[in-house]
Design a protein. Structure first.
Length: 201
């Protein structure tokens, strides 16, 4: 299991300190009472454990290990997991669009894959953040737990969302943020139009 993982010297100054997936989950997400009884639902714990492992570069079905780059449209093949993306609808800052040559994940591709690994089936299914939102229920911030999903954009009858991440507690998420980044941990405030917490159940 990896410990601290740095890509290079320049990266050392900007990349967050990494810790092993299980250690991170035990330290930040497995709240206990009486010293032994987990509070969090087992599947939410599993979602978080898998998300931390992917962020740390551990191998998982469909990925041999290593950091997973953002790829617009990545993760939306028939089988969830890293894939080459598409340049259709791409509006990223890096040009020309690198998605068709980048095997990776976009934000909803990441959450789809993590939930597939955690639940044993493709519970979120294909599609974008709006499609995934329809398969979830909104929950109040007070009951949000690590493993829930956080969405950005506009809610309502005609929801228009544009980003999703996996909530890990402490006002942070694991997400595929944008072209030029890898799957990583960011504060929920990394994007300005936070829409709410959602749970699959």
């Amino acid at each position: 299991m990896p410990g601290i993982a740095w890509i290079g010297e320049a990266d050392r100054r900007t990349r967050p300190h990494r810790i092993p997936a299980v250690t991170a989950v035990l330290a930040g997400t497995l709240l206990v009472t009486g010293g032994s009884v987990p509070i969090l639902p087992a599947l939410l714990n599993r979602v978080t454990t898998i998300a931390y492992a992917i962020e740390a570069g551990e191998s998982r079905p469909g990925w041999r290990g290593g950091e997973i780059p953002y790829s617009w449209g990545g993760g939306h093949d028939d089988v969830p997991g890293p894939s080459f993306g598409t340049c259709a609808g791409y509006r990223g800052a890096i040009t020309p669009c690198p998605a068709t040559a980048t095997r990776g994940l976009d934000c909803s591709g990441l959450t789809r894959w993590v939930y597939r690994l955690a639940y044993g089936r493709d519970v979120l299914g294909p599609g974008n953040t709006d499609d995934h939102l329809r398969r979830l229920r909104r929950i109040p911030a007070a009951v949000a737990r690590p493993g829930d999903l956080v969405f950005y954009g506009r809610l309502g009858r005609h929801a228009k969302t544009h980003h999703v991440g996996i909530y890990i507690g402490g006002e942070k998420m694991i997400n595929a943020l944008r072209t030029g980044t890898e799957v990583r941990i960011d504060p929920l405030s990394a994007i300005g139009d936070f829409a709410g917490y959602f749970r699959y159940s």
